[in-house]
Design a binder for this molecule. Structure first.
Ligand code: AMP
Length: 435
């Protein structure tokens, strides 16, 4: 189905074609007609399916049909990265129409707070993380009386991060007469409860829950920790045409150690975790998008929702905490119209956990033995290991192994900063930049 067939305003169709989208993705085909009809919606869709366009295009079209005074649309998201990402997509979609958008997230100085206050009042579309938005609501800075559309994106992630009460508080500040759209990769019971309380007769779209895109070629190595760095170095060197590689680590501490282990003179390797200042994180992401940096090592703060195009290879240094994290991590590759590869490194203690993930995704991942010059693979044995949730840093040969349990969830918004942006870039830039 083409975008013209949805009946969108010509200026929106033109912007979409500048962005290189030719056909609607399945989530777009299913969700857009319902959103245009004004229905509430629950959509179970993984990242990379085109869900942002699925909710934003019909709402932008509505704004061309019925011009609006004040904020019409509020998008609530779990992390600052996702807020920026959505804002950038909106800037592209809305390039030829007079609609402004603003991403608001935590942190920042007093003067920034004032800028945010103004932005909250004037922007047509606000994309915000819950904590920061609540602060503004508490200070009486928001004027949400004209909001017609609420989108809860990555809703399961927000619940995981403990935002249930904040979301309820935000909803209480909105008009009752509105359209509510909820997007989530999974549908746990608490999500159902949230939907039941806040959505009215929602249309449901379910796209292959918790299954990675078929375009991702998945493989796993059975490898103990002391051989992981050597293996990754070899994997990366053997694949010269893979120019954008993400290595996901479960802990922040391990990120630096992995970066050190992978650094070399031939290409740039950089690390990113929630310990870094926001502007530093954005600089690193920009270099990665521009392909100046070949390898980024990241905690899973990057694994959800953030759109970096053309990732050729995702390497899981550890087996992710659960199946959903796995799907999200490998969802970094094979975005809407590309294919990619995901390799997971499994040590003895993680086999049981990985078997659980395979069950969830409904397929067995090919397990590869270590090349003998690197070391000996542990034997695949899921009954032996039951201590699935470990997260460990790299252990070099001869180094005593210290085990740690790490919380790899993105931190809530304590250290967040905000941005306030108007449209300022033409659509079609194939690699959106953070600004
Ligand atoms: P999302 O699931 O919203 O994170 O989108 C994932 C990626 O797919 C983004 O890079 C979008 O720009 C891209 N995308 C969304 N819709 C389409 C489409 N219909 N055709 C091609 N790419 C798309």
């Amino acid at each position: 189905m083409t975008f013209r067939e949805f009946g969108f305003d010509d200026r929106i169709v033109e912007a979409i074609s500048y962005m290189g989208f030719e056909k609607a993705t399945p989530i777009q085909e299913q969700a857009i007609p319902q959103i245009l009809k004004g229905r509430d919606l629950i959509a179970c869709a993984q990242t990379g399916t085109g869900k942002t366009a699925a909710f934003m295009l019909p709402l932008l079209h509505q704004l061309t049909v019925e011009p609006h005074d004040g904020t019409s649309t509020l998008v609530v998201v779990p992390t600052r990265e996702l807020a920026i990402q959505i804002d950038q997509q909106i800037q592209g979609f809305a390039y030829f129409i007079p609609v402004s958008s603003t991403a608001i997230y935590g942190g920042g100085s007093g003067s920034e707070w004032e800028t945010q206050k103004k932005a909250l009042i004037s922007a047509d579309v606000i994309i915000a993380t819950p904590g920061k938005l609540i602060s503004h609501i508490n200070m009486g800075n928001v004027k949400f009386n004209k909001v017609r559309h609420l989108i809860l994106d990555e809703a399961d992630r927000m619940l995981d991060m403990g935002f249930y009460d904040d979301i309820m508080k935000i909803i209480a500040a909105l008009p009752k007469n509105r359209q509510t759209l909820m997007f989530s990769a999974t549908m746990p019971a608490k999500m159902r409860q949230l939907a039941k309380k806040n959505l009215s007769d929602p249309f449901e779209v379910t796209l292959a829950i918790s299954k990675p895109s078929e375009k991702v070629q998945q493989a796993a190595y059975l490898v103990n920790d002391q051989h992981k760095i050597k293996l990754i170095n070899e994997l990366i060197r053997d694949k010269p045409n893979f120019d954008s590689i993400i290595v996901f680590s479960s802990t922040k501490k391990a990120v630096n150690e992995i970066v050190r282990g992978l650094s070399n003179k031939e290409y740039l390797v950089e690390g990113i975790s929630s310990d870094l200042e926001q502007n530093k994180r954005e600089e690193i992401l920009n270099r990665f998008r521009a392909k100046k940096t070949r390898v980024v090592v990241a905690t899973d703060v990057l694994s959800r929702g953030i759109d970096i195009k053309d990732i050729s290879l995702v390497i899981n240094y550890n087996v992710p905490g659960d199946g959903e994290d796995y799907v999200h991590r490998i969802g970094r590759t094979a975005r809407a119209d590309a294919s990619g590869m995901a390799i997971t490194l499994i040590n003895e203690d993680e086999m049981y956990k990985f078997a659980g993930i395979e069950k969830l995704i409904g397929n067995e991942v090919n397990k590869i033995q270590l090349p003998p010059h690197i070391g000996v693979s542990p034997e695949w044995n899921t009954s032996r290991s039951t201590r699935g949730n470990r997260s460990r840093g790299p252990v070099r040969p001869g180094q005593k192994e210290v085990r740690k349990t790490g919380d790899n969830r993105p931190k809530a918004e304590g250290q967040e900063k905000k941005i306030f942006k108007k449209r300022r870039r033409p659509p079609g830039a194939s690699k959106p930049k953070t600004e």
